[in-house]
Design a protein around this ligand. Sequence first.
Ligand SMILES: Cc1cc2nc3c(=O)[nH]c(=O)nc-3n(C[C@H](O)[C@H](O)[C@H](O)COP(=O)(O)O)c2cc1C
Length: 201
Amino acid sequence: MNEILDTMLARRATKRFDAAHKIPDETLAAILHAARTAPTAFNLQNWRFLVVRDPVIRAAIKEVAWHQPQIEECSALIVLCADMHAYAKDPGRYWKDAPEDMREKYVTMITQYYENNPAMQRDEAFRSAGMAAYALMMAAAAHGYDTCPMDGFDFEQVADIIRLPKDHALVMFVAVGKGTGALPPHGGRIPDADIVAYDRF
Ligand SMILES: Cc1cc2nc3c(=O)[nH]c(=O)nc-3n(C[C@H](O)[C@H](O)[C@H](O)COP(=O)(O)O)c2cc1C
């Protein structure tokens, strides 16, 4: 089996982390750097990663996240967000390395595709940040870290706590750290036949 598959198959949502473990800054930076390889439509790179380090902010978030211990015990709490208005913020920078004519073509397409379409702006934010979350989880695993994807929190209250900009979507958390203790039993996976369809539903 190859290492990517091994990592995917071994991953579990980790419920308890070693609160004493400090993740080195360079390791966290490397994980986040790898997460940004997650693809985005039109190369918008609209994901935004908020790293919550301040224990006071972590405690406030835990209060509105069902008191889940991961929030405070993890070594890095990453709040996955996305800028819904990334399409309008100097979009040429998303194609800065491309030839000029290609860049101009993409800027025109990006503008036409997203402006006046707030539903698409929001959907795209969730698609992008969802992909980045899994990329982040795989990168963390490659660096020897466990993760827990999380959306068990009050979105409005967390948005207030982190001062989420109005044009950003709050998507989910990924808690990163060193897992401790035994994992709870897995819920199980439904058969492939229940989730895969061909041609039409
Ligand atoms: C979007 C999302 C939100 C989740 N929220 C939480 C959460 O708030 N707390 C938690 O302990 N696990 C959370 N989980 C983890 C799931 O419970 C877990 O992924 C699922 O039970 C499958 O287990 P596995 O990831 O170990 O295979 C979440 C997972 C996803 C993808």
